[in-house]
Ligand binder design. Structure first.
Ligand code: GA4
Length: 329
């Protein structure tokens, strides 16, 4: 690990950067318009816990509208943006991630996808009506959630589970505890002097929820950890979505699918903007392996509710394995 000399950089670790020559071209590609995709989705979830989708049906105008509001927001001075913070857990955050001492070269907005969420602070910074922001977020989130549910239904079919909405009904529930995040990774020119190195934008972690849907601009930075222990760089693609298996789906499949460990590296020249929808179940939902996936065997996990898992997750550091506490010994 190399630490940059500037005092402001002292919290940030440096790792190998994302040169296009080191892009991984084996990320599974799923065409949602093809009927045979369900088996490919299952395979991708087993092998990587990660895949890319095309022909997703999310209207481009929802993406561009939200992206332009986000760009406007992040271009305000820090003192203005901070009026929408701190993220406790929702709001504007800068460099500090979560409550337990994690830092990254990132600023972000975290919102609850619940219709009660108050957009007033963001709207007054942008000088617009809160309904403008609510509509931009809701249009995008509804379309992405619909796609996530289609994927979860294809997954259930591919696994031969009935009914096909076993997973998707958790996101469709009006009490679904889902979250939406906008991440902005500003360029960091100081890292240019370190030819082979780069800066951690968002440290390695797995997502606690069922499924995450990520869309980014054309800037590289996302890396996933393969089963063989190698970190690989995912080529950016602003026209596609990337899907992550979350910890809860790992448990519901009794470990057949693994939640994918991922991280984001900052860039010295280009800024990266990503939008992530984290699809979670209602707080009271019991998270346990589906009976049909236990194949006569035992559950690898103790029984817990999403509320209990979330409460415990907020006591962990970003890189921690949050599921170990819930594994049967
Ligand atoms: C990781 C996935 C999502 O970004 C997130 C993150 C959350 C936060 O930023 O507040 C957490 C992290 C995430 C897991 C452990 C805790 C909580 C930061 C952190 C250190 C919104 C989520 O749901 O869990």
């Amino acid at each position: 690990m190399v630490v940059l000399s500037k005092p402001a950089m002292e919290h940030f670790s440096i790792v190998n950067n994302c040169k296009s020559s080191s892009f991984f071209n084996g990320v599974p590609l799923i065409d949602l318009s093809k009927p045979d995709s369900k088996n490919l989705i299952v395979k991708a979830c087993e092998e990587f816990g990660f895949f890319k989708v095309i022909n997703h049906g999310v209207p481009t105008e929802f993406i561009t509208k939200l992206e332009s509001e986000a760009i406007k927001f992040f271009s305000f001075p820090l003192s203005e943006k901070q009026k929408a913070g701190p993220p406790d857990p929702f709001g504007y955050g800068n460099k500090k991630i979560g409550p337990n001492g994690d830092f990254g070269w990132v600023e972000y907005i975290l919102v609850s996808t619940n219709s009660e969420f108050n957009y007033q602070k963001f709207a007054s910074i942008l000088g617009v009506n809160p309904e403008t922001i609510r509509t931009a977020v809701n249009d995008y989130v509804s379309a992405v959630k619909k796609m996530a549910c289609e994927i979860l239904e294809m997954l259930a079919e591919g696994l031969n589970i009935h009914p096909r909405n076993v997973f998707s009904k958790l996101l469709m529930d009006e009490k679904s505890d889902s979250v939406f995040r906008l991440n902005h990774y500003p360029p960091c020119p100081e890292i240019q002097q370190l030819s082979d190195n780069n800066l951690i934008g968002f440290g390695e972690h797995t997502d606690p929820q069922i499924i995450s849907v990520l869309r980014s601009n054309n800037t590289c930075g996302l890396q996933i950890l393969l089963k063989n222990g190698h970190w690989i760089s995912v080529p950016p693609d602003p026209n596609s979505f990337f899907i992550n298996v979350g910890d809860s789906l790992q448990v519901m499949t009794n470990g057949r699918f693994k939640s994918v460990r991922h991280r984001v590296l900052a860039n010295s020249v280009k800024s990266r903007l990503s939008m992530i929808f984290f699809g979670g179940p209602p707080l009271s939902e019991k998270i346990a392996p589906l009976a049909s996936l236990m194949e006569g065997g035992e559950s690898l996990y103790k029984e817990f509710t999403w509320f209990e898992y979330k409460k415990s997750a907020y006591k962990t550091r970003l890189a921690d394995n949050r599921l170990v506490l819930f594994e049967k010994v």
